[in-house]
Ligand binder design. Structure first.
Ligand code: MN
Length: 260
């Protein structure tokens, strides 16, 4: 059932290479509907805002992220439905794959449809929905409104904050709380997962052989400490590594060091 809806999502990805969920497993209906916001550093940094509907995640990519200022409307580009399991995804999408780059779970929680009407799917189809969020960073009442103007591509929406007790003109939530609510890492701190390196390195597909080969080669070498890795030249994102050590040790313990 979910698989059918996810045709576009699945067509865009090679699951022998990317660690993202394939969406092949179906799930039981739950009473509470979830939302997730993933901070995604692909070719450009953006925030993927996803609302659970009918067992999948309706998705919008928001370049600047949400704003608590009711006067600040944020552009939100509607993207393909994602599998329910994607809500837990945090990791590195390898080079050469769709959306290549780092993903963290920036916020999540429950959402409640407020209208108009009583069918959120219909509201999306008609281009307007208001809802309440109960996350760790995002709270209160929000709206997504489709832009209807000649010359727009048809996937452009606006995310805006309604006036309520949470609204604030002077609080930039993306700056104040930039990190993952799961691992406490910021988006550029992530390193590729070890299971991906060891199980799936030399892919038979033509895409991304270069990085897979490099990782395979690198994983046969001695594992560098975090400190050494940050000083190593030629790393994929040299400027993004922060040697803050300490508090992040636990979260990164299972992951391998990123090597150039
Ligand atoms: Mn994205």
């Amino acid at each position: 059932m979910a698989t059918k809806k996810l045709g576009k999502y699945q067509k865009m990805r090679d699951f022998s290479v990317t660690p993202e969920p394939s969406g092949d497993t179906t799930k039981k209906r739950r009473k509470k509907t979830i939302f997730v916001v993933q901070k995604h550093h692909a070719s450009h940094l953006h925030y993927d805002f996803r609302l659970e509907m009918e067992g999948v995640l309706k998705s919008w990519a928001i370049p600047k992220g949400p704003s608590y200022d009711p006067g600040t409307k944020r552009l939100a580009m509607m993207t393909e439905d994602h599998p329910y399991d994607y809500a837990g995804f945090e990791g590195v999408i390898p080079e050469g794959n769709y959306g290549a780059g780092n993903v963290i779970v920036w916020d999540n929680g429950e959402w409640q449809f407020l209208g108009p009407g009583d069918d959120p799917v219909k509201a999306v189809e008609e281009g307007k929905l208001t809802f309440r969020l109960k996350g760790k960073k995002l709270f209160g009442e929000w709206a997504l409104v489709k832009i209807r103007r000649p010359g727009t591509k048809g996937n452009e929406w606006l995310l805006l904050k309604h006036r309520d007790e949470f609204a604030s003109e002077n609080f930039d939530v993306t700056t104040f709380a930039p990190r993952s609510i799961v691992s406490d890492q910021d988006v550029d701190d992530l390193t590729p997962r070890r299971e991906w390196q060891s199980n799936r390195a030399a892919s038979s597909r033509r895409r991304a052989p270069t990085l897979a080969d490099a990782l395979k080669k690198a994983s046969s070498k001695k594992k560098p400490t975090k400190k050494q890795a940050t000083t190593k030249k030629g790393a994929a994102r040299p400027s993004s590594r922060k040697a803050t050590g300490g508090t992040k040790k636990k979260a990164t313990a299972k992951k391998g060091g990123r090597k150039g």
